[in-house]
Design a protein around this ligand. Structure first.
Ligand SMILES: NC(=O)c1ccc[n+]([C@@H]2O[C@H](COP(=O)([O-])OP(=O)(O)OC[C@H]3O[C@@H](n4cnc5c(N)ncnc54)[C@H](O)[C@@H]3O)[C@@H](O)[C@H]2O)c1
Length: 674
């Protein structure tokens, strides 16, 4: 396809002539059939909703076809409208546009749907089983068309994948405002999601799927490496090395697939159980997992040898994680660090495969007998926790890895609660990410080179490393370790060959670091050292972006972890300080109804105007969360805030007084406390 044909197809949006139907491509990974949740009348409504994207003369053909899709897959994806061209990140100037910032957004959307990046590309799912970019192909086509024709005096509004339209605004306003899954709080159960999504009126955007900020598995490899290294430091305060120690977890999917690679970068033996042979094959052929074992006896033997010889090896066990925990307990294999990364944010629709059922049996039962399936998931979780408890008694450090494991296990009745009703095990944010990273402003800053040229990425790597090195000279001791880890990461990043899709990079940085790096990029774009604009953004899984009581804000101890003011304020504040786009989501990570999260994208185009905006926006984007975390009495955040107030004129934050514990104890009648 020529470049002008590609541009023409994007600009056309929904084609004026009905394209031929597309065969279902069995060579790629597809989303599981979703639960049949709609009544007959609701099915009619779903059909009517889908047809409103198309001229009436298409309806006779499409009504039948969409009804079949709904009955077969539980959703109307409109497969026929999947475009003929390859969807992938391209040089920004290959997209048709009137606003170059809008073209950068097209690049980011395209990357999220790239066949080599997305988990279920034809169902428009980027990761996490249900992390959607759009609900159907009509929404994709229309959104790309709007972006191709919009000017810098318009803002595109997207409701859960549906492009509501272009609205007049102004140059300094965001070019795009996205919301995903925002529903009335009382209608935010798992089944509500199933229903609204089947009706075509809402979607689960995960974090970086529905906000067009996914950069492939690199982001999660980096975060997972940091987590495993810091878990090791918790375990083994005197020594840095994880040699000969064992990490056990599950999942080689979208995010979880990073675990084996990260474990090897951190230098620990890893066993990751995965029930899906396709997922194992993908990670093994990528070189992210070293060995695949299907037999438990062989696994036990191999792990013993690896530990003894202090090898750094990652092993995929093709089978259920419950079997691994149980057998390792039986056979006295000491697990040093343990966690779980099945998709328990989505337990009833394919996120968790219960022990005792084969992979194919599970896939059938999800839609054929959802009630029985639910019971089996619960029973399996109870067994899994019982086995994990045996290990932790022997010294395993177990943590929840942000997938709602503790939450769903407790709902299933597993022995996972302490007498005071709290979970037995911490979340990785409580123990690691919160106190080590978020409280100091460190979070998953990322960038994408809009030239799509690896040479530009290499220039940005060097700029980021030099900037960090310079900042490290005056950084306080409390954040030195983070600076060292990230400097090492960025210097090694190209060697680790983690770029899949767009030319992107991730690193953890604090407010000062993010601003300094972004300013340096903006200057390099201005001088031509970098050949095209650079998009900056972040995972929502950050200091200020996410209110999630069982994950990002699980280390907030003043009772406010069930509020969502921080994430909502964050998106509003980013929007008026200069973000190119913002997004606010219900769901993401731990599940629908359990979290509110948001993010931004900003195009660094080398102008002075952008230089001014980036300082203002990044400063707020981090310090909103620092201020909230200090108000919740976090010592790390208070220290960070103190530094920030000294160097930032105009920053005046309310700080807490600390009450004396004895005074508090004496003020409350002891018979009313636990
Ligand atoms: N670690 C993080 O920082 C982080 C970040 C974001 C999200 N998450 C959460 O981690 C979870 C996993 O994310 P993902 O993108 O990898 O999802 P995914 O659905 O792509 O992968 C999960 C994998 O687990 C496998 N699985 C399910 N049940 C199993 C079982 N009992 N035994 C063995 N394998 C089993 C599935 O086959 C699947 O391949 C999600 O809940 C996600 O929200 C974690």
């Amino acid at each position: 396809m020529t470049s002008s044909e590609f541009k023409k197809m994007i600009s056309e949006g929904i084609p004026s002539v009905l394209p031929p139907p597309k065969p279902y491509d069995t060579s790629i990974n597809h989303a599981p059939t979703r639960k049949d949740i709609l009544s007959g009348d609701e099915k009619k409504l779903a059909l009517k909703n889908a047809l409103r994207y198309f001229p009436v003369d298409f309806h006779a053909v499409l009504a039948k076809e969409f009804a079949e899709e709904l009955s077969e897959y539980g959703r109307i994806y409109m497969y026929r409208f999947r475009p003929e061209y390859e969807i992938k990140a391209r040089n920004i100037d290959e997209f048709p546009y009137r606003s170059r910032n809008a073209a950068a957004i097209m690049l980011m959307i395209s990357n999220n749907l790239d066949l080599s990046v997305a988990q279920h590309p034809h169902e428009l799912i980027t990761y996490g089983g249900n992390g959607a970019v759009f609900q159907n192909w009509a929404q994709y086509l229309l959104t790309m068309k709007y972006l191709s024709e919009m000017t810098d005096d318009q803002t595109l509004v997207v409701y859960s994948g549906h492009p509501l339209g272009l609205f007049p605004s102004h140059r300094d306003a965001p070019r795009l405002v996205v919301t995903n899954g925002m529903v009335i709080p009382n209608y935010s159960s798992q089944d509500h999601w199933e229903k609204f999504n089947a009706l075509g009126v809402s979607q689960y955007g995960q974090m970086t799927a529905g906000s067009y900020m996914y950069i492939g598995p690199q982001g999660i490899v980096h975060g997972t490496t940091i987590t495993i290294m810091n878990a090791g430091r918790l375990l083994n305060k005197n020594s840095e090395t994880l040699k000969g120690k064992l990490y056990v977890s599950s999942g080689l999917g979208g995010m979880s697939g990073a675990q084996s690679k990260a474990a090897s970068i951190a230098g620990i033996v890893s066993v990751i159980a995965e029930v899906n042979p396709g997922a194992i094959h993908k990670r093994h052929s990528q070189g992210w997992v070293d060995e695949v074992i299907t037999d438990m006896d062989k696994l036990v033997e191999r792990v013993r040898k690896a530990k003894e010889k202090k090898e750094v090896v990652s092993i995929a066990y093709q089978g259920n994680i419950v079997e691994v925990w149980e057998e390792f307990a039986e056979r006295d294999i000491l697990v040093d660090i343990g966690t779980d990364q099945t998709s328990l944010h989505n337990p009833w629709a394919g996120g968790y495969y219960p022990a005792g059922l084969s992979f194919d049996e599970t896939n059938r039962m999800i839609s054929s007998d959802p009630e029985k399936f639910k019971q089996l998931v619960k029973r399996s979780l109870v067994r899994q926790v019982a086995a994990i408890n045996r290990h932790t008694k022997r010294g395993t450090y177990f943590f929840d890895y942000g997938n709602a494991f503790l939450l769903e296990a407790s709902r299933a009745g597993a022995n996972i609660l302490k007498p005071d009703g709290e979970f037995r095990y911490p979340s990785y944010v409580q123990d690691i990410m919160g106190p080590v990273c978020f409280d100091y402003g460190f979070g998953p800053f990322r960038w994408v080179c809009c030239s799509n040229d690896p040479a530009d990425l290499s220039v940005t790597d060097n700029i980021a490393a030099d900037t960090l090195e310079h900042l490290m000279k005056s950084s306080p001791d409390q954040i030195k370790q983070q600076m060292v880890d990230n400097l090492h990461w960025i210097r090694e990043a190209a060697k680790n060959k983690l770029v899949v899709g767009s030319q992107a990079r991730i690193m953890y940085a604090d407010a000062e670091g993010r601003i300094a790096i972004a300013e340096a990029f903006n200057s390099a774009v201005a001088s031509g050292k970098i050949s095209a604009p650079v998009v900056i953004g972040r995972d929502h899984h950050d200091v200020s972006g996410t209110d999630s009581p069982f994950r990002e804000t699980s280390n907030i101890y003043d009772g406010s972890k069930f509020t969502a003011d921080m994430s909502v304020q964050n998106v509003i504040g980013d929007a008026f300080r200069g973000a190119t786009w913002v997004s606010l989501h219900n769901g993401g990570g731990v599940g629908w109804g359990e979290v509110i999260n948001g993010g931004f994208g900003m195009v660094l185009d080398g102008t002075e105007e952008t230089g001014r905006k980036l300082k203002m926006m990044l400063h707020w984007d981090v310090n909103n969360g620092i201020a909230r975390r200090s108000w919740a009495r976090s010592k790390g955040a208070l220290l960070t805030l103190e530094r920030e107030m000294k160097r930032t004129p105009g920053l005046v934050v309310t700080v807490p007084y600390f009450a004396d514990d004895e005074l508090i104890d004496s003020a409350i009648d002891p018979s009313t406390t636990l």
